[in-house]
Design a binder for this molecule. Structure first.
Ligand SMILES: [Zn+2]
Length: 304
């Protein structure tokens, strides 16, 4: 039941049901990593749906009819940013005008980093990936995850004050776990400092920034999916110049270009990492597994 209907129902039935309590909050979250964090605070208290569950890039997301239903029934929607998934922004506007829509990249505690296209002055192709200037893959820093988690607790407490203490307790526990994770990732990634590597798209600034690694060199910074012969030639030259021996792919994308680039260098390793955690269970702990797996996969590709 929608929270907003509750006062109306109370007016109608209030005299008959003086002990009526508010219905649960219907939560909708846009992508898996954010779902894991929200569920860490929610812990099964309310209905919690996920939009982009399948193994496709959220940037290429197209809604299914069942998604529209999820959007219509939501009381609160957690997403990364209006510009992270532009199609979703339109669909929300057309199907639910009353839900609270939270863009976690806009939280005042989150400091956004510039994206690679901005840093290198490449032209953007106008799709929703880059927000023109900022990297929006903010969940890849455990510190950002703590800030997001604390805000989730505040927002859920506002909608559902009777469970405020539970949300705050859950967020506190989640923060303790995330701090431990941050420490262990620092240890794991420290030997990789100073080494250059390629990534598929420009998504890893928060991870490399947090753990003092060199920023990844994205083979397709704007998620163009098609690389020109000139771009491939340039990438091979960059690999030579910077002694790049690791290319991290994402499971959703083709290995075609990675193979061409790696064939040019005998020591080039191809690794895979999944910044969205598609294979993981829809459970709070999956957030930790996601970051841990990413660190392990990077470490085995980028070892000195
Ligand atoms: Zn992305």
């Amino acid at each position: 039941m929608s929270l907003k209907l509750a006062p109306l129902i109370f007016v109608i039935f209030g005299s008959l049901m003086p002990s009526l309590t508010l219905a649960e909050v219907n939560i909708l979250t846009s992508i898996r990593p954010l779902y894991y964090l929200v569920e860490g605070v929610n812990q099964g208290i309310n209905t919690h749906n996920l939009l982009v569950a399948d193994a496709l890039s959220p940037h290429d997301y197209q809604p299914k009819p069942s998604d529209i239903q999820k959007i219509k029934s939501a009381d609160i929607i957690f997403r990364i940013d209006a510009k992270f998934q532009p199609r979703l922004t339109k669909i929300i506007a057309n199907n639910n005008r009353t839900a609270e829509v939270i863009s976690v990249a806009q939280l005042k505690e989150i400091a956004l980093l510039p994206n690679e296209t901005h840093l290198t002055g490449h032209e953007t192709n106008g799709h929703g990936h880059s927000n023109n200037n900022f990297d929006l893959h903010i969940w890849l820093s455990p510190l950002n995850a703590i800030k997001i988690s604390d805000n989730i607790a505040l927002l859920l407490s506002k909608l559902d004050p009777k469970n405020r203490e539970k949300y705050q307790y859950n967020a506190k526990q989640q923060a303790i776990h995330l701090k431990k994770l941050d420490l262990s990732l620092h240890k794991k990634l420290q030997p990789l400092q100073g080494l250059d590597f390629f990534s598929y798209h420009d998504a890893y600034g928060y991870l490399t920034n947090r753990f003092n690694l060199n920023r990844s060199l994205a083979i397709t910074p704007t998620l163009n999916h098609q690389l020109s012969a000139k771009r491939i030639k340039d990438l091979i030259a960059i690999a030579q110049q910077k002694d790049v021996n690791c290319l991290m792919l994402e499971p959703q994308f083709s290995t075609k270009y990675a193979k061409i680039i790696s064939n040019s260098r005998p020591n080039m390793r191809i690794g895979t990492w999944d910044l969205l955690g598609f294979e993981l269970e829809l459970k709070p702990n999956s957030f930790h597994i996601l970051l841990n797996n990413m660190a392990d996969n990077l470490a085995s590709c980028l070892k000195p």
